[in-house]
Design a protein around this ligand. Structure first.
Ligand SMILES: NC(=O)c1ccc[n+]([C@@H]2O[C@H](COP(=O)([O-])OP(=O)(O)OC[C@H]3O[C@@H](n4cnc5c(N)ncnc54)[C@H](O)[C@@H]3O)[C@@H](O)[C@H]2O)c1
Length: 362
């Protein structure tokens, strides 16, 4: 049983709060304001920015903010208010441009997933942040849930022995809106970039291995309203010859999974199952079965903050000179490399190599 305490007040701190500008107040940015930022007592969101004036004004009204802290450009906001960092929840194509704008203003950056569409683009931001000594963090929020953390710990401790294979299934039905009004249907790579990036990142996190190649076969039915792939079957080869199968779908009528999907880690001595990233950490579940026995639930760690809030607290602490966050721009490049190669494979129909970044898997 996990106690959900994300909204519980933390001990008041004497350390001044880290002052942050929030860029991109659309659907998910609004959710950050309501649910992800408030539990983090170490930060103060001092200004909001949205390039779309009506969206900015709607957010201003919802948050009851004065005109002096609402802007249509980050550069303008950075000139007008004192801040140390930026949370970027604009769409992917703006992540690196907005990060570069932030670096020019001397600000640290926490950016939503997917960090960028290509390794080459992501690398420009990584290198600039490193040159300037600024924090660049990617919000891979699925990592900050107790199930994923426990699975990583058990696999690293050899609880199931050497892994023989990993299977991942993600199933959602997201197909009821009229085609003209629902932007998700027009997303670039709605499965691979928008969703599977989370699973690719968890695959690296839980196995501690980088992907080396990927084959992706799009499985969309003729009636799919999506312009690009909404469903696919992938085979990912990881370091050491470990193979992962991945079946993901936005158009599945089969029983719906939580956002993590359903994982099986099969090993020499037993197997682990993982699911999670539901409404809160209490939905997470990890089961362990040894030597042919039925798997039983494993006790999961209680987290005082979880998901985006846990990452945001790491960001504030890193800005204050604390430890680097779990997911830096650099350590996220391996996830972007797998995502990019998977999209390429879906187009070419061939097994594609995954660019090797070097360094240790985070
Ligand atoms: N981690 C998760 O679970 C999760 C869930 C949903 C969305 N996301 C991510 O959040 C990001 C935003 O998604 P969304 O659904 O809110 O998108 P959205 O299109 O609803 O909102 C994005 C907002 O950013 C604004 N914007 C665009 N460019 C800008 C710029 N240069 N400066 C200032 N504002 C700018 C737009 O006007 C818009 O209001 C995406 O990267 C998406 O992948 C993550």
């Amino acid at each position: 049983m996990i106690v959900v305490t994300a909204d519980s007040p933390q001990t008041p701190s004497t350390v001044p709060r880290t002052r942050l500008i929030h860029v991109g107040l659309g659907g998910w940015g609004g959710d950050w304001e309501r649910n992800a930022i408030p539990p983090v007592t170490e930060v103060d969101r001092v200004a909001i920015v949205d390039a779309h004036e009506p969206t900015l004004r709607a957010a201003q009204e919802a948050l009851d903010l004065p005109d002096e802290v609402c802007f249509t450009s980050l550069t303008e906001a950075a000139r007008a208010v004192e801040a140390e960092g930026v949370i970027v929840t604009a769409p992917m194509t703006f992540h690196v441009p907005v990060a570069m704008e932030a670096f020019d203003a001397g600000l640290h950056v926490l950016v939503e997933k997917p960090f960028a569409g290509t390794v080459a683009e992501a690398r420009t931001a990584v290198e600039r942040a490193e040159e300037l000594g600024l924090v660049l963090q990617v919000s891979q929020n699925y990592r900050f849930y107790p199930g994923a953390q426990k699975a990583r710990e058990l696999i690293a401790a050899g609880a199931v022995g050497d892994l023989s294979v990993v299977h991942v299934d993600f199933r959602r039905w997201d197909h009821d809106a009229p085609v003209e009004t629902y932007r998700h249907y027009q997303f670039p790579h709605p499965l691979i970039y928008d969703m599977a990036i989370h699973h690719f990142d968890l695959l690296r996190m839980t196995t501690g291995r980088e992907a080396v190649s990927v084959y992706a076969k799009v499985t969309d039915p003729p009636w799919s309203k999506y312009t690009e792939e909404a469903s696919a079957v992938l085979v990912v080869e990881l370091e050491g010859g470990l193979v992962a199968s991945y079946r993901g779908s936005w158009v599945s009528r089969a029983p719906q999974t939580f956002w993590d999907g359903e994982w099986t880690f099969d090993g020499q001595d037993g197997y682990l199952t993982l699911t999670g990233r539901g409404d809160g950490p209490a939905d997470d579940e990890v089961r362990l079965g040894l030597k042919g026995e039925v798997a039983t639930p494993v006790e999961l760690p209680a987290l005082d903050l979880w998901g985006r809030s846990a990452g945001l607290r790491q960001f504030a602490r890193a800005i204050r000179g604390g430890a680097a966050p779990d997911v830096t721009g650099r350590s996220n490049l391996g996830s972007i490399a797998l995502m990019e190669a998977a999209a390429k494979s879906a187009e070419t129909g061939k097994v594609e190599p995954v660019e090797q970044i070097g360094g240790t898997v985070a």
